[in-house]
Design a protein. Structure first.
Lengths: 177, 501
């Protein structure tokens, strides 16, 4: 069990999801903890087997941090993944400001959705594709899966060939939109 | 002949399951150890381990007919149980066992052969007046022939590997222009999976239910069915949730389909446990699909409602014993549901989630059963399929069974990898599933979200992340829950923790 202390200075953290949902968490250790302005009673505890749980509104939630890199977090809650970037109010404002200057990339990178083996390439470098075209066949767990492009464009670079084994998120090819 | 020793030529949960019954029957059990999974759970539970760690040839261990037969002979083992997959439906393996005077726990080689060859199986079904779908007489040689047949029976059609099973080498063709591509893909997949590229073609029934019947037979001409299993919750032809009985059947239809299943079993002198699969269309017409001549993954739901131990029955009928019951003595009670817990990331298109099970804890209760081949620190590799456990619940009726499954899923805890638990939970909470209103296109058509969560879950997860982040920032805090169990600790945090000890 953890102990909670009251702090004199309030600490504010902002958890931002990839869909830009925003959770402002005020004083996470305090009894007076607030999320988006509302008081929330969330307890954290560990059971004798070593699993960590949240208790909230008479319900128990299995919780685990599955990935963490500086302020980037992936949390598994009841088996479902959630990703966040944790910001302070200052760093959050800076990020928002910088985002205004970023524009959409012209390059679509197609990655392997699962580990497997490339069975067949259905396109060549510099061939044109339209949205929904099959670009290659990936065999995983003995099932053949068609990989489909979400964008129209020209194949810029192919990084794999038939027979190659790929792991999840390997870059298969690049399409110039 | 009484079986005194048994070689389990399989792995995972089914090896554990077979071992459990065999040991209860005072049979000495042998397991096969492979270099791919040297610390697997089943190896700790069997009486004796045969070591196949040293790789002798290219053939995967559980498919190596002569090596398995040789191991059984040199250890003077009476019988081999093949489980499911691998050699379970290989007539050559069953024949080799026979030749070497080893009891193969399953039907005869000829029954496996006839039912495994879909052309022959269909001819048998036709002869014994079991309804069939329109399609090719035998395999189709090329795309042109496929196109002719398809235009004759009308699109959509389905291409199936003649040697197939488990959804591999299967493709639905919606219109003529798709035929060539689909034909090529199905041929490829069939060649890869079964070393036999031949396909056949049949009318595709849109949105059918998948209903299968458990049949059992002995060597004395007795055949009994143990009711149906509803396996319509499928993704890419892979079953994910099964139940028994099915809401789609009334007693008349159950008897009609059960008798059809028994006619198929009788036609091939089927002894042991087997499954006859049917499609049921929206007008409640049923069509013979195939017979699986093995124990099925989903056999526990039948065991729960019938009280019959199917593995024990397989062993007894292999010994030559008669079935211990007649059809009119079979009483099916209550409702059973099975959820397959796979190491898959539902949020990433069910992609395999490989890794180490750091910790696992199962729900417990009188009407809860967990069949599993994993334990703490088990490694999930890409060598084998992704199923890690089956959760089976039994209750008085369907509504209670769904509630029991939902409650049990919430107490099924796994750390280290992602599983299909949130998917199974989403099905249990789906209104149409609860009403019994579903078919094989359920996942595709009815599930807008493939995993279950509450509205506030994202907020709770955000709190976990913020809590951990804040705890690292605040230098004077030393007690905080260890969410990561020692993973991903940055050096400065570790240093601070060591100092504070």
């Amino acid at each position: 069990m953890l102990t909670r202390k009251k702090k004199k200075n309030e600490h504010e953290y902002i958890a931002v999801t990839p869909d830009d949902n925003k959770y402002v968490i005020l004083d996470p250790f305090s009894e007076e903890m607030r999320i988006n302005g509302h008081r929330r009673e969330i307890k954290i505890f560990e059971n004798e087997e070593g699993f960590t749980f949240l208790e909230y509104g008479n319900k128990k939630y299995l919780a685990e941090i599955t990935d963490k890199n500086q302020n980037k977090y992936t949390v598994l809650l009841n088996g479902v993944s959630y990703s966040f970037i944790i910001e302070s109010p200052i760093s959050y404002r800076r990020r928002k400001y910088l985002e205004k200057f970023r524009h959409d990339s012209k390059l679509e990178v197609v990655t392997a959705p699962m580990p497997g083996k490339i069975v067949e390439l259905l396109v060549e470098e510099s061939s044109s594709v339209k949205e929904g075209d099959s670009i290659l066949i990936l065999e995983a767990m003995k099932m053949q899966n068609e990989i489909i492009t979400q964008v129209a464009g020209k194949i810029k670079k192919i990084n794999v060939k038939a027979g190659d084994t790929v792991t999840k998120d390997d870059v298969l090819l690049e399409i110039l939109k | 002949m009484k079986i005194k020793s048994l070689l389990i030529a399989n792995r995972g949960e089914i090896a554990v399951r077979i071992n459990e019954t065999a040991r209860k029957m005072k049979i000495k059990t042998f397991g096969i150890k492979t270099s791919k999974e040297p610390n697997a759970l089943y190896l700790r539970l069997v009486d004796d381990v045969i070591d196949f760690s040293e790789s002798l040839d290219e053939i995967p261990e559980f498919l190596d007919v002569e090596r398995i037969i040789g191991a059984a002979r040199s250890n003077k083992i009476d019988a081999i149980h093949p489980g499911y997959g691998f050699l379970a439906e290989n007539p050559y393996f069953a024949r080799r066992c026979e030749e070497e005077n080893i009891i193969f726990i399953g039907p005869s080689a000829s029954a496996i052969y006839m039912m495994g060859n879909k052309t022959i199986a269909k001819q048998i079904a036709q002869k014994y007046k079991v309804p069939l779908l329109q399609g090719s007489q035998g395999t189709v040689r090329n795309v042109r022939e496929a196109a002719e047949i398809a235009s004759g029976i009308g699109y959509p059609v389905i291409l199936k590997a003649a040697a197939g099973g488990g959804g591999r080498g299967m493709r639905i063709v919606e219109k003529a222009s798709h035929l060539e591509k689909m034909f090529k893909m199905a041929t490829n997949e069939a060649e890869k999976a079964f070393k036999d590229p031949s396909l056949f073609i049949e009318k595709y029934v849109r949105n059918p239910r998948h209903i299968e019947f458990q049949v059992v037979g002995d060597r004395h001409g007795n055949y009994v069915h143990l009711g149906e299993r509803e396996c319509s919750i499928q993704r890419k032809h892979q079953k994910l949730i099964e139940e028994s009985p099915s809401v789609a059947l009334d007693e008349n239809l159950r008897q009609e389909m059960g008798q059809a299943a028994v006619r198929i079993a009788r036609a091939v002198n089927y002894y042991s446990a087997g499954t006859v699969e049917f499609l049921l269309d929206a007008d409640r017409r049923f069509f013979f699909m195939e017979m699986n001549t093995r124990i099925q993954v989903e056999h526990p739901v039948t065991e729960m409602v019938s009280g019959v131990d199917l593995i024990a029955l397989q062993i007894r009928t292999a010994e030559g014993q008669k079935l211990p019951f007649r059809q009119d003595e079979i009483k099916l009670t209550g409702w059973a549901i099975e959820c397959r817990i796979n190491a898959e990331d539902v949020q990433a298109g069910f992609s395999p989630n490989l890794g180490i099970i750091e910790k696992v804890s199962y729900p417990k209760g009188k009407n809860i059963r967990v069949d599993t081949g994993i334990t703490d620190y088990s490694v999930i590799t890409s060598y084998f399929d992704s199923m890690i456990a089956k959760l089976i619940v039994h209750a008085d009726d369907r509504e209670k069974a769904i509630a029991a499954a939902s409650a049990a899923l919430r107490k099924f805890w796994v750390r280290g990898i992602k599983t299909t638990i949130p998917f199974c939970q989403a099905v249990m909470n789906n209104k149409k599933f609860r009403k019994g209103d579903f078919n094989t296109s359920f996942i595709e058509k009815e599930m807008t979200k493939l995993f279950y969560n509450d509205e506030e879950d994202e907020m709770l997860a955000a709190y976990v992340a913020a809590f951990d982040f804040a705890a690292e920032l605040e230098t004077n805090r030393t007690t905080r829950p260890d969410f990561e169990r020692g993973k991903n600790i940055s050096p400065w945090v570790l240093n601070r923790r060591l100092k504070s000890l």
